[in-house]
Ligand binder design. Structure first.
Ligand SMILES: NC(=O)c1ccc[n+]([C@@H]2O[C@H](COP(=O)([O-])OP(=O)(O)OC[C@H]3O[C@@H](n4cnc5c(N)ncnc54)[C@H](OP(=O)(O)O)[C@@H]3O)[C@@H](O)[C@H]2O)c1
Length: 316
């Protein structure tokens, strides 16, 4: 993976909001220097001179056709749903698979699963009393993770290691240590039936839209909890609120929404059974993600295949 030596600095466009440019530009430069690559990274290069595009896929580049020399578009984000329908983006497209972000997601998911598992809210609410009802052990809780890819697979593994009766669901068959895995429509029913806690870590695609709806939510155990750090489109909002209001569901912990920022007057904001966070379940971490970008650029320069390429047909 040693790139061919050249005295000419690689021209790397970084296209992202100003704060992200300030965050990632020096870190990527440092990682490339450490890898022996000379680079010039800037947010304002002439398109025809650009060798690599490092970008936040939020529509800042509308037209990729002037980047005639670019070898790849490297996303700073894990989710690339906002750019996949751009017909001008025909370059190899790699999404972010950041070990730091993976660690952060494991921490977020296990924290929220444990909050509900040990029934922390109930004990805090009854702290004036002396209610000594023991919650079940993890082995007696069915926790299902929808999507067992880079993030969901790591979270499911961690939950399995905590002894939860952990299930996972994916498009293709997957093996995840300590996890019972399922695929397909029948597999979804098996994964959700009787689940006490569901964690959504699917990408947004036409196939995953509203995967949690009135029918699938009805499969969960009474009083079940939904945790969604995946994407807002995975859940039918009205069906979720109806299930919370009827008592069928116990709680929803939501980090992602159909409209972000979540509108001030949205029913999730003040719902007593909903916890809202502002899409911060796990952000990309500067140094670990810069190393991923630098490694992919080195692979490109060495003529090796890029890592983490998006499967455009599958939509993620
Ligand atoms: N809130 C946050 O802070 C935050 C941060 C980062 C990412 N995210 C979200 O997390 C998502 C997952 O990230 P990741 O890196 O783990 O993605 P990933 O590695 O691509 O994993 C996606 C998982 O979803 C499964 N899947 C996709 N379509 C499916 C379908 N139609 N039916 C069943 N399973 C399906 C995949 O199945 P296969 O295994 O068969 O491919 C895979 O297991 C991202 O797309 C993004 O939306 C949120």
């Amino acid at each position: 993976m040693t790139p061919a030596k050249s005295d000419t600095p690689l021209q790397i466009l970084i296209s992202a909001p100003d704060d992200a440019v300030a965050q990632f530009q020096p870190a990527i430069a440092k990682a490339l220097t450490a890898a022996g690559v000379t680079s010039h990274i800037a947010p304002d290069l002439a398109p025809e001179n650009v060798d690599y595009i490092v970008f936040a896929p939020n529509g800042m580049i509308a037209d990729f056709t002037p980047f005639t020399r670019a070898r790849a578009a490297l996303s700073l984000w894990a989710g690339v749903d906002k750019v996949l329908d751009n017909p001008t983006l025909t370059l190899p497209l790699a999404r972010m698979v950041d070990p730091g972000q993976r660690e952060g997601m494991i921490e977020y998911v296990t924290a929220h699963v444990l909050r509900h598992h040990i029934e922390m809210d109930r004990y805090i609410m009854t702290s004036q009393g002396w209610d000594q009802i023991a919650p079940p052990l993890a082995r007696d809780r069915k926790v299902t993770v929808l999507g067992v890819g880079e993030l969901g697979g790591a979270c499911a593994s961690a939950l399995g290691a905590l002894n939860f009766n952990t299930h996972g669901w994916s498009r293709r068959p997957r093996t995840v240590p300590g996890v019972t895995t399922h695929t397909g429509d029948a597999g979804l029913d098996d994964a959700l039936s009787g689940a006490d806690i569901v964690v959504c870590l699917l990408p947004t695609t036409p196939q995953t839209e509203n995967v949690l709806n009135a029918t699938t939510l009805a499969l969960l155990a009474p009083g079940a909890v939904v945790i969604n750090p995946g994407r807002g489109s995975l859940i039918d909002d009205a069906a979720l609120i109806a299930a919370l209001d009827s008592g069928a569901l116990g709680h929803a912990t939501l980090d992602t929404f159909r409209v972000e920022p979540l509108p001030e007057d949205h029913a999730f904001r003040d719902h007593p059974k909903v916890t809202v966070s502002p899409h911060v379940a796990s952000l990309v971490r500067t140094d670990t993600s810069a190393a991923v970008i630098a490694k992919n650029i080195c692979r490109g320069e060495a003529g090796e295949p890029f890592q983490h390429l998006v499967n455009r047909q599958a939509g993620y």
